[in-house]
Write a protein that binds this ligand. Structure first.
Ligand code: BG6
Length: 513
C-alpha cells in the first residue's frame, strides 16, 4: 500500500541532503531517528549524496557513534537486525562531532563539513537541522544556527523542532517569534509523531476518499466522539521532563487535539500543506473556550499511585526517579470539548489519556445516534448497543463498524455485530514507523503532516485555562488512581453524567502481525 500522502508540491526525489542531528547521543536518535533513517535507506529513499552528522556533548568519535547507533538499529528497527552488506554501505553516510551547543566552534565545524560535502558532490545540498534535544536548548541552537552563517543558503535549510513546543501559550509564541526571525514558516517542521502514524494518516483517507460516511458525519447523526490514548508504561526515566509537562501538555496539547482535528475538520480542497493545516486550525479555533470556573465541569486530572501492571508491582508516580515526593503533576487527563460550528454544535468530544493504565491502546470511537423510532419490541434486543465506528490506531490497526443484526433462528432476536477491516488482513507490506514517514517528508520538503505555528498556538489557547486552574489549585488529592486501572473515578463520572461510558473495543492480534 502507498503509505505517504503526496502533496502537490512534493516530489519523490530527495535531493542531496545533510541532516545535522543536535542531541545525537540521546534516546530519540538511538531509538527512533537512526532506525527510521536506516529503513528509509533500505527502502531506497536515501540519495547517494546524503550524510548524517550527529552532534552532541558526549565524548565519542565517529567510530563510537556508528557502533552506538548500530546497536540501536539492531534493537529497535522494525526490519530487525542490520545485515552486514547493508550496514557496510549505510555507515559511510554517518559521522559524529563532539560539541557544546553554546560554543560557536561547534557550528563552524558543521559549516565547514557541509561546505566540503557541497564541493565534493558539486550540487546544492539541502540542510536539515534536527533539534533532538530537551526544549531548553531550542532557543540557543536555533539562534546559533542563525548567527554562524549556517543559514547562508536559506532556501535550502530546514529546521525540525521536537515537542513540546513551548510549555504554555506565551512560551510557544516566544519560540515561534524567534524561529520566524530566522526561518520562513515553510522551513520549520514542528514534529507531532502521531501525525506520521499510518492509521492516523488513514483517517484522512477514510474521511475524504470515501463518500459514504460524509452525509452522516455531523451533529444530526453523531451522538458523541471519544478519543482514548492510554499507556501501561509509566514515565520511564523522564521524571525531569514530565514534572514540567504532565499529561495535558505532553499528550493532549498535541497528539489528542491533532486526532480531534482530523475527525472534525472540513474536507480540504487539496492535500497541499497549508490547505490541510488551515482546515485543522479552523477546528481548534472553533473549540469552545472553557473558563476557569468551568474547568471542574469539563476536565479531570489524575495521578497514579502504586499498583499492578501486567502482573508486576509498580510504584506510584511520586516515587519515580526525579519526581518530587509531593508532586501534583497529572499523569492522567480527560477533557470534554465542544466545537462551536454548524457541523458539530452540541456534540461532545471526550478525550482522555493516562500513564500506567490497565492497557496500552489508542482508539477513536464515533458513536451514532439511536434510531429515531424503535420498531422492535425491547425483548428482541439481547444487548442493544448504538452504532459505533471505531478507529483503532494502536497496537493493532484497523476499523470496526458495529451495528445490529438478526441472530439466526426462528425468532426475531437482535444482537450487535462488527464489520471489520484489519490492516494485517488486507496488506502484507510492512508498515513504516511514524518517524520514517515524517523524516522522508522533511527531506522532500512536504510540511502537510507537521504543525504550523498558528496551529500550536491555537491548541495552547484551548488548554491554557485548564493549565492555569490546575497549577493554581495545588491540592488535588493525588494519587487518585492505582497503577494498572482505568484512571480516576472522576473520569468515569465526567462521561457518565451525560449518559455515556468510555468505550474501548480493542482489535485482536492477527497471527501474521
Ligand atoms: C510522546 C510522549 O510524545 O508520545 C510520551 O512524550 C508518550 O509521554 C508517547 O509515551 C506516546 O507515543 P506512542 O507512539 O508510543 O503512542
Amino acid at each position: 500500500m502507498e503509505s505517504k500522502i503526496k502533496t502537490m508540491e512534493s516530489t519523490d526525489n530527495v535531493g542531496a541532503t545533510v541532516i545535522v542531528i543536535f542531541g545525537a547521543a540521546g534516546d530519540l536518535t538511538w531509538r527512533k531517528l537512526m532506525p527510521a533513517i536506516y529503513n528509509l535507506y533500505l527502502d531506497k529513499w536515501i540519495p547517494d549524496h546524503f550524510a548524517v552528522l550527529g552532534v552532541a556533548r558526549s565524548d565519542m568519535n565517529t567510530e563510537d557513534f556508528i557502533k552506538h547507533i548500530h546497536e540501536g538499529i539492531d534493537k529497535f528497527s522494525r526490519t530487525g537486525k542490520a545485515k552486514k552488506e547493508d550496514w557496510d554501505t549505510f555507515e559511510k553516510y554517518v559521522s559524529y562531532k563532539k560539541g557544546d551547543f553554546s560554543d560557536a566552534a561547534t557550528y563552524t565545524a558543521i559549516h565547514e563539513q557541509i561546505d566540503q560535502l557541497e564541493k565534493d558532490w558539486a550540487e546544492p545540498v539541502n540542510r536539515v537541522y534536527y533539534m533532538a534535544v530537551p526544549p531548553v536548548f531550542f532557543e540557543e541552537i536555533a539562534t546559533k544556527i542563525g548567527e554562524s552563517g549556517l543559514l547562508k543558503n536559506k532556501e535550502l535549510s530546514r529546521i525540525v523542532v521536537e515537542k513540546p513546543f513551548g510549555h504554555d501559550l506565551d512560551s510557544a509564541k516566544h519560540l515561534n517569534c524567534l524561529l520566524h526571525g530566522l526561518f520562513d514558516e515553510s522551513q520549520i517542521y514542528r514534529i507531532d509523531h502521531y501525525l506520521g502514524k499510518e492509521t492516523v494518516q488513514n483517517i484522512l483517507a477514510f474521511r475524504f476518499a470515501n463518500a459514504m460516511f460524509e452525509p452522516i458525519w455531523n451533529r444530526n447523526y453523531i451522538d458523541h466522539v471519544q478519543i482514548t490514548v492510554s499507556e501501561q508504561m509509566g514515565i520511564e526515566n523522564r521524571g525531569n521532563y514530565y514534572e514540567t509537562a504532565g499529561a495535558l501538555s505532553d499528550m493532549i496539547q498535541n497528539h489528542l487535539l491533532q486526532l480531534l482535528c482530523l475527525i472534525a475538520m472540513e474536507a480540504p480542497v487539496s492535500f497541499e500543506a497549508n490547505e490541510v493545516r488551515n482546515r485543522k486550525v479552523d477546528v481548534l479555533n472553533a473549540i469552545r473556550k472553557i473558563t476557569s470556573e468551568q474547568v471542574h465541569k469539563y476536565a479531570v486530572r489524575g495521578q497514579y499511585g502504586d499498583g499492578w501492571v501486567e502482573g508486576k508491582r509498580v510504584k506510584g508516580y511520586r516515587l519515580e526517579p526525579d519526581v518530587s515526593k509531593t508532586s501534583n503533576k497529572e499523569t492522567f487527563a480527560a477533557v470534554k470539548f465542544f466545537i462551536d460550528n454548524w457541523r458539530w454544535q452540541g456534540v461532545p468530544f471526550y478525550v482522555r489519556t493516562g500513564k500506567r493504565m490497565n492497557e496500552s491502546i489508542s482508539v477513536i470511537t464515533i458513536q451514532f445516534r439511536p434510531v429515531p423510532h424503535q420498531s422492535f419490541p425491547p425483548e428482541t434486543a439481547e444487548n442493544w448497543q448504538p452504532n459505533r465506528l471505531v478507529l483503532n490506531i494502536q497496537p493493532h490497526m484497523g476499523i470496526q463498524l458495529r451495528f445490529q443484526s438478526k441472530r439466526p433462528g426462528l425468532k426475531m432476536l437482535l444482537t450487535p455485530v462488527d464489520m471489520l477491516f484489519k490492516y494485517s488482513d488486507s496488506y502484507t507490506a510492512g508498515t513504516p514507523e511514524a518517524y520514517e514517514t515524517l523524516l522522508l517528508d522533511i527531506f522532500q520538503g512536504d510540511a502537510t503532516l507537521f504543525m504550523r505555528g498558528d496551529q500550536v498556538e491555537a491548541a495552547w489557547k484551548v488548554l491554557i485555562p485548564i493549565v492555569h486552574t490546575w497549577n493554581a489549585n495545588t491540592s488535588p488529592n493525588f494519587p487518585n488512581y492505582a497503577a494498572g486501572t482505568h484512571g480516576p473515578e472522576d473520569a468515569e463520572a465526567l462521561i457518565a453524567k451525560d449518559g455515556h461510558n468510555w468505550i474501548v473495543m480493542p482489535l485482536e492480534k492477527n497471527e501474521n502481525e
